[in-house]
Design a protein around this ligand. Structure first.
Ligand SMILES: Nc1nc2c(ncn2[C@@H]2O[C@H](COP(=O)(O)OP(=O)(O)OP(=O)(O)O)[C@@H](O)[C@H]2O)c(=O)[nH]1
Ligand SMILES: [Mg+2]
Length: 220
């Protein structure tokens, strides 16, 4: 049995907690120190919804010194975890421009995204409301989900990874079904004077091969 591979990329402004969320998911550990990420990638093989999967996760740099978003974006990525901090209006405001860059890179608006509004343990320092995060996810379409997370308190850190896998898996299943071809064969018997004919009409449900062909056999 081949294990499905999911390539995920964590994106967002510096200091929002991308690495902290990842460390919580991988090690169930909280690291209070800040060390700007240059670039990192990790692999994990969890079981999600009863299926063994392989996750390849890229942790990117939010610090401008290290990051040019365009350089960091891997066109092969299946889904994005886009992180902002609820305590930083700026980290939320940069997201629409980031989203536009992703659309250009992937050449489609059908992106699979989970938005994480991190540091929700710091509610007293909140600058972005929960409703604003939800509204953004709604604007980004049905393949976008939203969570508020806290890497410090381990709130929803695992859920963002499970949800992005579910979104990608659902899309893969949909495109597999669309590629399945169903044949419809209609057999008609006709009697015309002393001649009998049998007509087969064969049509396919796959739009690419939507040919209707007729085979007529005459019994003289
Ligand atoms: N209170 C609180 N602090 C957090 C949380 N997540 C991260 N932090 C702290 O915020 C700082 C930045 O966290 P990082 O995970 O390094 O941020 P990052 O987004 O990976 O930053 P770059 O790698 O520079 O892009 C660290 O000091 C973390 O301890 C959280 O949920 N709550
Ligand atoms: Mg980091």
């Amino acid at each position: 049995m081949t294990v499905p591979i999911y390539k995920l990329t964590l994106l967002g402004d510096a200091y929002v907690g991308k690495t902290a969320i990842l460390v919580q998911y991988f090690c169930e550990n909280w690291v209070p120190d800040y060390e700007p990420t240059v670039e990192d990638s990790l692999r994990k093989a969890p079981c999600i919804d009863g299926t063994p999967v392989l996750l390849e996760i890229f942790d990117t740099a939010g610090t401008e010194q290290y990051s040019s978003v365009a350089n960091q974006l891997d066109a092969e990525t299946d889904g994005y975890i886009i992180v902002y901090s609820i305590t930083s209006r700026k980290s939320f405001n940069v997201l629409p421009a980031l989203y536009d860059q992703l659309i250009t890179l992937k050449g489609t608006k059908n992106l699979k995204i989970v938005i994480a509004g991190n540091k929700c343990d710091l509610n007293e320092e909140r600058q972005v409301s929960t409703a604003e995060g939800q509204e953004l996810a709604k604007r980004w379409g049905s393949n976008c989900a939203f969570f508020e997370t806290s890497a410090k308190k381990r709130i929803n850190c695992e859920d963002v990874f499970i949800q992005i896998v579910r979104i990608i898996a659902a899309n893969r299943k949909l495109s597999t079904n669309q590629n399945k071809m169903h044949l419809l064969i209609v057999v008609k018997f006709c009697k015309n004077n002393n001649k009998f004919s049998i007509k087969f009409e064969i049509s396919s449900t796959l739009k690419r091969y939507n040919l209707v062909c007729y085979i007529t056999i005459y019994f003289l």
